[in-house]
Ligand binder design. Sequence first.
Ligand code: FAD
Ligand code: FES
Length: 266
Amino acid sequence: MTIHNLPTQLVSRIKTREGFIITLKIDKKIDFFPGQFLHLRIDSQRYDPLLRRPFSIWNYSHKNSSTYIDVLFKVVGRGTDILAKEDNLKPFVMIPLGNKFNILNDRSNYIMVAGGAGIVPFYLLGRELVKMHKGKVTLIFGARNSSQLYGLEQLSSLGLDMHICTDDGSEGKKGLVTEILDELLGKQKTDSIQAFSCGPMVMLKRVSEVCNKWNVGCQLSLETHMGCALGACRACIVKVKNKDDWKYSRVCCEGPNYNSSELIWE
Ligand SMILES: Cc1cc2nc3c(=O)[nH]c(=O)nc-3n(C[C@H](O)[C@H](O)[C@H](O)COP(=O)(O)OP(=O)(O)OC[C@H]3O[C@@H](n4cnc5c(N)ncnc54)[C@H](O)[C@@H]3O)c2cc1C
Ligand code: FES
């Protein structure tokens, strides 16, 4: 797949709970698969921040020969702070990057498990799974508190079976996504289920353990730190199994989506 490096126009910015959704317009028609991401040079008029920042694609649409990409982010540092506040930015975007989620067509029950900003890849995936109309599509979405349940309003319109939880009980059930996952898997015929998850590493490790317990295949979308996002700098590497041994895998180009059974947890 060709990777494009294109100028974009920041056409809108809206606040959603503690996060933001910005819309970037590109004068080219580009399609994305659920699970892919982009690498954003926040402002091409300056070198601060120097490095691009990776973001999942929340949603996209075409109008005439342009593509409109929605990016949902939370502010954590310099780059996201500029994106949240400043106007007159001239961003550049490298797209589309990474592998896609590998949807197993022989399943009838799909479960997505998201923590905080790890929700982002699941709007496009949820929409795709519902469109395939292949059975039940469940979303388990958790965050520290209700203000970090990003994008909930848009997700509610997809027709998913939604299970919401927060650490402090401020919205949904009080507890962890992995507790709800364990409970749901315990009640169902697990050989029809495929699971997907994105969120903090500690959560993904626990999701992987719960899926192992019930013998359910799970794909994990990793959000490691990145430098080049082109496979050159190795800033993003993780350890994966390699027959009886292990090797490093570059999340930016061999990932970000991995079968949980491939990964080596440390
Ligand atoms: C494939 C991929 C998809 C992503 N999708 C999204 C998304 O859709 N929405 C979103 O809000 N975020 C997403 N992220 C994380 C996002 O890239 C970082 O939050 C962003 O780069 C931070 O930039 P900054 O300049 O604001 O922060 P920096 O100043 O670079 O860092 C501020 C703090 O955040 C930490 N940080 C930076 N990057 C990461 C990271 N990848 N994981 C954990 N901590 C980090 C730093 O260690 C530091 O403590 C994604 C990351 C990857 C790799
Ligand atoms: S970010 Fe440079 S190799 Fe992955």
